[in-house]
Each structure stands twice: as structure tokens, then as C-alpha cells.
Write a new protein. Structure first.
Length: 273
């Protein structure tokens, strides 16, 4: 009994490494991080020195690293990308703008990740800190790269990944005959021609993913000194915490390690009756 109680004591709290994505992604994750700290877990958040939303807090230890861009540069690109999301136009116009916007945003993420992986002092600290797990948003794959380097189980906290990479990594079916793609404005009730249109919308995703995520594959391969693909990084997740709300979107198959946690998008306030 004494042995079992001692083991329970060891399991009561752990040490968590958090690598978040900036913006609204962090607003969602921060609420989880605050709750973990309240439950006695030690949390270390690693972020670039230039961010829009990720700030110091009493809930966690924050480790920052330098990056070669300013906060003004970051805000400018994010605002331009968000404005595009509300613009109207043909599919081709929206695709070209999406391509350009994602490419610029990706450059910030890859540049930031490269400077983190080159920061020998910070990497040594992470190697010596004996973390129990990594919590990260896989829309930026730097957390996945570090989880593999540190041989730690990883928990992915996400709303979704472009091009359906999360479906591929978890081997969840997503047939175009039934699941409408982004930008199509289709529903799950489609005519034959609409299903063909939906199928054709998968083709551009191949090109989007190539330039948006392949730079992370190159970074990972150089840092880990082995050939690593984007899918290798995504498949290593132990648990996927999916911020989906099936009241607002179409139901989909889930694997056993995928846990839907609802639409956690920001700190919520209790509403009146």
C-alpha cells in the first residue's frame, strides 16, 4: 500500500514543455496551460522574443529566443492574411492569395524554428530539464521536432492543419464524396457535379502543402541528422486534442487517440440564463 501511495504521489504532477503557435491559437492553449499549473504541474513555455499574444505569466516559466524580425513585421503579415479570409472572389483568386499569404506566414514560422534549433544554450537547457511530455500546436512543427529530439511523448492541441495533413497522419478517412472541402461553400448534400468539384479542390492542396510544410522537413532532417518527413513528425503524436465542435461542422471519424474537446477558442465567460 505504501508503495502504491508513493507512486500516486509521483504521478500527481509532471513537468510539461509547451511550444505554442501565436495569435488565437495561443489564446486557446493558454487556458489549458493555466489549468495544468493550478493542478500542480510545472509548465515551461518556449516562444520567440517577438510575439503578438504570448506573454509572461505566473502560470508558467517562459523561455525566449531571438528572431530576426520585429513585432511590426509580424502584425503586418498576420493582418494581411486575416483580411484575405473575409474577401470575396473566384476560387482561383482566393487560391493565389492563399498561396501568397500562407507562404509569407510560413516563412516566419520556419525562420523562428530555425533560430530556436540553433540556440545551443536553450536546447541544452531543454535536454537537461527532464520533461515528461510536450504540448504543442502542430500547425507549427517546431514542437514536434523537439519532441522527437528529446524522445518525449507529444500532445497535439489543434483546430486543424491545412491540406488535411491531420487526417493523413491519423489515418482518418475523409472521402470527397461526403466531406466538403474548404472554400467550396458546399454542404454534405451534394449533386454528382458538386462531388466532382469537391474532388478537384483536393488537387491544389498538394502544392500548398509542399511549400508550406516541406521547409520543416528540411529543418528536422538537418537538426536530427536523419531523414524526416512532415508525416513522420505528425504521426508521432501520442494524443490529439481536437478543438472541434460537431454542432458547427460535419461529423468525422475519430481514432482512439483523438479527443474532441469542443470549440475552445478563447477564455470563456459564463453567460446569464
Amino acid at each position: 500500500v505504501v508503495l502504491l501511495l508513493s507512486l500516486l504521489g509521483l504521478a500527481a504532477a509532471g513537468k510539461l514543455l509547451v511550444l505554442p503557435a501565436d495569435g488565437s491559437h495561443w489564446l486557446s492553449m493558454r487556458e489549458v496551460v493555466d489549468m495544468l499549473q493550478q493542478k500542480g504541474h510545472e509548465v515551461v513555455v518556449v516562444a520567440p522574443e517577438v510575439t503578438m499574444r504570448i506573454k509572461t505569466s505566473k502560470s508558467f516559466v517562459m523561455k525566449v529566443y531571438s528572431v530576426p524580425y520585429t513585432e511590426e513585421d509580424l502584425k503586418k503579415e498576420f493582418q494581411a492574411f486575416f483580411h484575405f479570409s473575409f474577401e470575396q472572389g473566384s476560387f482561383l483568386e482566393r487560391f493565389v492569395k492563399a498561396y501568397q499569404g500562407i507562404k509569407r506566414i510560413t516563412n516566419f514560422g520556419v525562420t523562428s524554428c530555425g533560430h530556436l534549433l540553433q540556440n545551443k544554450e536553450l536546447i541544452s537547457y531543454l535536454e537537461e530539464s527532464k520533461f515528461d511530455a510536450v504540448l504543442t500546436d502542430p500547425v507549427l512543427l517546431c514542437g514536434a521536432i523537439l519532441a522527437k529530439h528529446l524522445s518525449l511523448p507529444s500532445v497535439y492541441f489543434l483546430r486543424g492543419i491545412p491540406c488535411g495533413l491531420d487526417f493523413d497522419a491519423t489515418q482518418c478517412p475523409r472521402p470527397p464524396s461526403y466531406v466538403p472541402r474548404g472554400f467550396t461553400q458546399l454542404t454534405d448534400h451534394m449533386t454528382f457535379l458538386q462531388r466532382v468539384k469537391n474532388l478537384l479542390h483536393d488537387i491544389p492542396d498538394i502544392f500548398l502543402c509542399d511549400f508550406a510544410f516541406e521547409p520543416y522537413s528540411k529543418l528536422a532532417s538537418e537538426f536530427l541528422q536523419q531523414d524526416v518527413t512532415v508525416q513522420d513528425l505528425l504521426r508521432q503524436a501520442s494524443v490529439w486534442l481536437l478543438r472541434s465542435e460537431f454542432v458547427l461542422e460535419y461529423p468525422r471519424p475519430l481514432m482512439p487517440n483523438i479527443i474532441p474537446i469542443g470549440g475552445v477558442n478563447c477564455a470563456h465567460k459564463e453567460l446569464s440564463q
